[in-house]
Design a protein around this ligand. Structure first.
Ligand code: SAH
Ligand code: SF4
Ligand code: F3S
Length: 490
């Protein structure tokens, strides 16, 4: 482990690094690292590739933050990088295949530039036997590290520069305190991701995440509050609180707090206009939480509640911990308190043993709830999970037919739900220009739908009223409300 990460004294590590001369890695008061070279004034360049969920996207922001505090800068489009980090996902086979194919393509780049450092991190190497497999299949990979080893990046790069081959560091869990002081290089200017908890304890029988991300570990409410307040000071307008199951927030802390209390505490941070969160598990979504969201001005009325299936038999085999009826009741309660709430979901087809009747239950639930949108997935065997060993795996052609039928139904409903918003005047937080110089800007309404409308880029970062005039499958179109022009011209 990074012994230096626990000291308050500045620590200098010296490495002899061949063509780079002497590399000095300095760890300054646990706040950051710098990487310098006595021969080469050119700033070293990095590229990160990210696969997977927002959690991984945010981890890549931390990786970029660490690299920048070591003196690296992001490589431009035509620039050759000195280091490439690939932050991987293994939730489905397709995500893994993308990583394998990228690693194959990088073989040539490494042959052309032997000093290039290639690192693989994230969820894939946390799977049993995967790191060894990557080492063997891709000898040009210099560095492999796990989801719990991000803070060790400077030390690990140092080892590669020293000449160690295929450096490997993978911990099964966090190994003590969460590291609160890692630097973050955020991509966007309006919305910022903030991790509130790591890991997952749910063990849905199909899912690899609890095995690769470890047990739930919440950040302290104070640490989250401080980060959000800092982001407000930096000009961010929206925060998205991240966790695999945010409703479990605080259960492991041993103090009296929960997700609803965390949301309430963030409400009074000036400068933050909107609070979102993901992902929440239907089982732990308490009525008190719905009430807290209904009472809040800043927490958006968008509920992403992955249902996965509409058949109680399948939900049980998935170990989801709720029935279809309980799920429907929860949505009813949400809509009774917040009639304009949007509800989105994740649905999986082809879970082992899923019959036509089970699948029809899913279609039926989709018709009943009328989700605003849904992420739809074909069940994929993940080695090491209980579902991988279940008999009655569904044939690929059946899975394909089912996903097509599901997508067709959901697309129809999504469009209808969007059409229902035409004529409404909504608050939109402007995120950016549609295409440079196009005269169009875009943002999200509180329900998390993208709205595109004609407007000036100077509105980026502002919440403006927009009247919805058109509906497409994936976005709404609108016009800036007359009232805003009036206000603006005063
Ligand atoms: N923690 C989140 C989801 C994380 S994974 C939650 O519980 O809601 C995102 C989605 O990927 C899941 O909701 C599920 O629909 C899908 N998924 C997970 N494992 C899968 C598998 N083995 N095959 C296909 N889809 C899967
Ligand atoms: Fe996976 Fe279930 Fe945890 Fe979500 S709640 S990450 S689907 S085990
Ligand atoms: Fe993928 Fe890991 Fe997220 S497996 S979905 S990147 S937690």
């Amino acid at each position: 482990m990074a012994g230096g990460a626990r000291t308050d004294r500045p620590l200098l590590l010296l490495f002899w690094a061949g063509p780079y001369g002497i590399i000095v890695v300095s760890l300054e008061n646990r706040k950051g690292w710098t990487l310098m070279s006595d021969r080469d004034d050119r700033r070293r360049k990095y590229i990160t590739f990210t696969f997977g969920c927002q959690m991984n996207e945010h981890d890549s922001e931390v990786l970029a933050g660490i690299l920048e505090s070591m003196g690296y800068c992001q490589a431009g489009n035509s620039e050759d990088p000195d280091i490439i980090l690939i932050n991987t996902c293994c939730v489905r086979k397709t995500a893994e295949n993308k990583v394998f194919s990228l690693l194959g393509r990088l073989r040539r780049q490494k042959a052309q530039n032997p000093n290039l450092i290639i690192g693989v991190c994230g969820c894939m190497p946390q799977q049993e036997g995967m790191a060894e497999r990557i080492k063997q299949l891709f000898p040009h990979v210099d560095l492999i590290f796990g989801t719990h080893n991000v803070h060790q990046l400077p030390e690990l790069i140092g080892k590669v520069i020293e000449g160690q081959k295929q450096v490997l560091e993978i911990w099964p869990g966090y190994g003590g305190e969460l590291r609160e002081e890692l630097p973050v290089k955020r991509k966007e200017g309006v919305r910022a991701w903030v991790t509130i908890m790591y890991g997952c304890n749910n063990f849905c029988t199909y899912c690899i995440v609890p095995y690769v991300r470890g047990r739930e570990k919440s950040r302290s409410p104070e640490a989250v509050y401080e980060e959000v307040a800092r982001l407000a000071g930096e000009g961010f307008k929206e925060v998205i609180l991240l966790g695999q199951n945010v409703n479990s927030y605080g259960k492991d802390l041993g103090v009296k707090t929960d997700f609803a209390s965390l949301l309430e505490s963030l409400e009074n941070i000036d400068g933050i206009d909107r609070i979102r969160y993901m992902t929440s598990h239907p089982r732990d979504f308490s009525l008190r939480l719905v009430e807290a969201i209904a009472a809040s001005k800043k927490v958006c009325e968008h509920f992403h509640l992955p249902v996965q299936a509409g058949s109680n038999r399948i939900l049980k085999k998935m170990n989801r911990g709720y029935t279809r009826e309980e799920y429907v009741d929860l949505i009813r309660y949400i809509k009774s308190l917040i009639p304009h709430a949007t509800v989105t979901t994740d649905i999986m087809v082809g879970f082992p043993g899923e019959t036509d009747e089970d699948f029809n239950d899913t279609l039926d639930l989709v018709r009943e709830i009328r989700f605003d949108s849904a992420y739809t997935f074909v069940y994929n065997i993940r080695p090491g999970t209980p579902a991988a060993e279940m008999p009655d795996q569904v044939a690929e052609n059946v899975k394909k037919e089912r996903i097509q039928a599901l997508i067709k139904l959901q697309n129809k409903i999504s469009l209808e739900r969007n059409e229902e918003e035409v004529g409404q005047t909504q608050e939109v937080l402007v995120e950016g220009e549609k295409d440079r110089g196009s005269g169009f800007i875009y943002g999200r309404n509180r329900g998390n739908k993208t709205v595109i409308f004609s407007g000036d880029p100077s509105l980026v970062g502002k919440v403006v009223p927009v009247t919805v005039t058109g509906a497409r499958l994936a976005h709404l179109t609108g016009i800036l409300s007359y009232n805003y022009h009036q206000e603006g011209s005063r």
